[in-house]
Design a protein around this ligand. Structure first.
Ligand SMILES: Cc1ncc(COP(=O)(O)O)c(C=O)c1O
Length: 395
């Protein structure tokens, strides 16, 4: 047994476990009782917890809040856990139009097939959501800021509307952008918070994982959904997340500061239209952002203008700009974010789907600013923006 003796380490040992062995029926009985009482260090099987995942859970809950957390192999799997915990056939589910694309797909396909009626709402609806709540509305999904279009939602107003009706309406948020600590959903009355640990918590672009946090009332439902769905996280990924957690606050602060600096410089460039960054005073969500958030992440977007500095850019111009930028070396072209390295992705290649509030802005380019010096990152951006552009239109 590894726990014997005085061998202590700052990091947890990596448990690779399916089978847990018991010395006797008495010990099996005690372990089952401890699990039922909520002891996350007690486990009868590898899908439940291991010493590595139990250590990670403690760190995560300390960072995010809530009464507990369930781990899953991806952020999307953590969203699945939340949906299954909240919804059943016949329910009406309100989803922000700014939600992460695969979260929409999951609602529109699997949940719809199971008899859930999904309705998208304007992310800026605020207290107006009260008008959309029906007798069979059981859950509201938020994502703030939306991680493609960066609208800041009025979370307290939406929570208040959910609580003002006679029946229970659960609120749940994808808090990947604001975790840990920059948005504290449980302090604002949200019931469930989902975080793609793949992003900032991991921080090194080498782990896929998700977390579904819940308050004391919803935690039994989240635990039940997670167990029923077979959600779990392997020991090596859990170990890497513990390692990432040691620096996540500092990395997030640095990425946020670097990103804001780059965003400010972009705002002043003639080929840039709107910069969609909630921590810029020019952003329409700035007042709510200052009220509810404690810091900024390093992910935002901007509208690329045509070389004349006035008209919207074409899709071909966005692609040409992206290729120029990537060739300069400090930006990777990739879908993810939250890692140590800067990334670029034009929205036209990730897709913005809208039903409640059509997207009327120009061509968006999303940037994940990492830990590099903002001067280096800016030098590449400025060179790619300033370059002469002769792009043939697609036939
Ligand atoms: C806002 C947001 N939520 C959830 C996810 C899902 O995370 P994963 O890729 O680990 O499934 C992502 C991934 O891009 C995301 O951007």
């Amino acid at each position: 047994m590894m726990n014997r003796g005085q061998y202590r380490t700052p990091s947890p040992l990596i448990s690779r476990t399916s089978t847990v062995l018991f010395n006797s029926i008495e010990q099996l009985r005690e372990t089952n009782a401890a699990m039922a009482a909520g002891d996350r260090w007690a486990s009868t099987y590898g899908t439940h917890t291991t010493p590595t995942t139990a250590a990670l859970e403690e760190i995560l809950v300390a960072g995010e809040g809530g009464a507990g957390v369930e781990l899953s192999p991806t952020g999307l799997a953590a969203i699945t856990t939340a949906y299954v915990a909240m919804l059943k056939a016949g329910d009406h589910f309100l989803v922000t139009d700014s939600a992460y694309g695969p979260a929409r797909r999951l609602a529109d396909t699997v949940m719809a097939k199971m008899g859930v009626e999904v309705e998208y709402y304007d992310p800026l609806i605020g207290a107006g959501i009260a008008e959309l709540i029906r007798p069979n509305t059981t859950a509201i999904w938020l994502e703030s800021p939306g991680t493609h279009t960066f609208e800041v939602q009025d979370i307290p107003a939406i929570v208040a509307a959910a609580r003002a009706v006679d029946h229970r309406v659960v609120t749940a948020i994808d808090n990947t952008w604001g975790s840990p600590g920059y948005l504290r959903p449980f302090d604002l009355g949200v019931d469930i918070s989902v975080v793609a640990l793949t992003k900032y918590w991991s921080g090194h672009s080498d782990v896929l994982a998700g977390a579904t946090f819940a308050n004391a009332e919803l935690l039994p439902k989240v635990r039940d959904a997670s167990t029923t769905l077979g959600m779990t996280l392997g020991g090596e990924d859990a170990f890497l997340l513990v390692r990432g957690s040691r620096t996540v606050d500092m990395r997030l602060a640095a990425c946020g500061a670097n990103g804001l600096e780059v965003a400010k410089r972009l705002e002043a460039h003639r080929r840039v239209g709107r910069v969609l960054h909630p921590a810029l005073p020019s952003d329409p969500g700035y007042a709510i952002f200052k009220r509810d958030f404690h810091g900024t992440a390093g992910l935002f977007a901007f509208e690329l203008l045509a070389p004349d500095g006035v008209s919207p850019s074409t899709a071909e111009q966005v692609d040409a700009f992206t290729d120029r930028l990537v060739a300069l070396g400090h930006f990777g072209l990739g879908y993810s974010w939250g890692g140590y390295e800067s990334l670029v992705m034009p929205a036209r290649w990730s897709g913005i789907t809208r039903l409640a509030r059509p997207w009327t802005g120009g061509q968006l380019v999303r940037l994940n600013i990492g830990l590099e010096s903002p001067d280096l990152v800016w030098a590449d951006l400025a060179a790619a923006l300033d370059a002469d552009e002769q792009v043939a239109a697609e036939p």
